[in-house]
Unconditional design. Structure first.
Length: 334
């Protein structure tokens, strides 16, 4: 904590947050320490130009990373305003979002990035929403859970998780089932989401910032409403869409289902390529199976997945670009 400028302010802010990873927040708040010391001003009193200078000094090439950092800085400045610390009551980051091309043209080298990496997703999961119920949706989609109208997410019960072999049993809208392998991180996130009892909302004046979640056997839970007598404990698809919209409302406008899925497919392609040294039909079949693609059968009995459209954008060059633009294929394979 000694790396902070005005550590008492930063620590008080961190202690006021209900977030999954205070370490990620702390790392961001340390980025401005040198500039704060030079100016003799706390980050919460920075102008937009001074914040840009901090970001420029880091030489970021990912818009996703900058959006995450801006989100944390925005929260810190809002906290300072609420506590009467900021001189100017307006937050210079309040209206900065993913569509602000002029801003990103100044602070990011790559302003048209479509895919995001697993590390970037992890950073977003740990820092943007205080609700495990929100972040688990991102990771489930990233690792292959889907179905029509999010049916595999909606039907997912905690008992569908097998921790002995790291698998999830998925059920779609037709009742059809399949099993996929998942990461240890997703197992932990499912645990946290299932255990969450109160959902932290964007409360308006006079409203409680926390809403009770309905106890149920499902991983993704609905908020308890006063006049609701529904016997079906599953959430509706619009609930998942709304929770994804919360990320987009905070500037992460690229966090749409299809882009999360494609970024997850790219990550799996990267993992397979590193392990097996190739990205051919065998590896693509594994990706298609993980992400629930339909298996077609030709007249002669030959089976295939319709993946040509995905192969145009998910390839070895894209893996190099997203995961390590400075390294050659030989480095990726090590």
């Amino acid at each position: 904590m000694s790396d902070f400028y005005n550590p008492e302010n930063k620590i008080a802010f961190l202690e006021s947050r209900e977030i999954a990873s205070k370490e990620s927040y702390a790392r961001v708040l340390k980025l401005s320490a040198e500039a704060e010391k030079s100016l003799g001003v706390d980050l919460y009193d920075f102008s937009l130009e001074q914040i840009k200078e901090v970001l420029l000094n880091q030489k970021y090439s990912s818009r996703t990373t900058v959006l995450s950092i801006i989100s944390i800085m925005r929260n810190y400045i809002n906290w300072a305003i609420e506590n009467g610390k900021r001189t100017n009551p307006e937050n210079p980051l309040e209206h900065i979002n993913n569509n602000d091309e002029a801003f990103f043209a100044e602070v990011v080298n790559d302003t048209k990035k479509i895919f995001f990496s697993e590390d970037e997703l992890t950073f977003i999961e740990d820092t943007v929403s205080p609700n495990p119920q929100d972040s688990v949706i991102l990771r489930l989609i990233f690792e292959g859970v889907g179905g029509k109208n999010f049916s595999e997410l909606i039907n997912l019960k905690y008992t569908d998780l097998n921790k002995n072999n790291n698998t999830l049993l998925l059920t779609n809208e037709e009742g059809e089932q399949r099993t996929i392998k998942i990461s240890y991180r997703l197992i932990v996130m499912i645990d946290r989401a299932f255990e969450q009892e109160k959902y932290i909302t964007d409360a308006r004046w006079g409203e409680s910032p926390k809403a009770e979640l309905v106890p149920s056997p499902y991983v993704i839970k609905k908020i308890k409403l006063r006049k609701s007598n529904e016997s079906d404990l599953r959430v509706k698809s619009y609930v998942i869409r709304k929770r994804l919209e919360r990320y987009r409302d905070k500037g992460f406008t690229f966090l749409m289902r299809k882009k999360i899925q494609k970024s997850g497919m790219l990550y799996m392609a990267k993992e397979l390529f590193q392990r097996e040294g190739k990205l051919e039909k065998e590896q693509w079949d594994l990706i298609a199976k993980q992400f629930g693609f339909k298996l077609f059968t030709q007249e002669k009995g030959v089976q295939y997945y319709a993946l040509n459209a995905y192969k145009q954008s998910i390839n070895i060059d894209k893996i190099k670009e997203v995961y390590d633009p400075t390294k050659t294929l030989e480095h990726l394979l090590k």
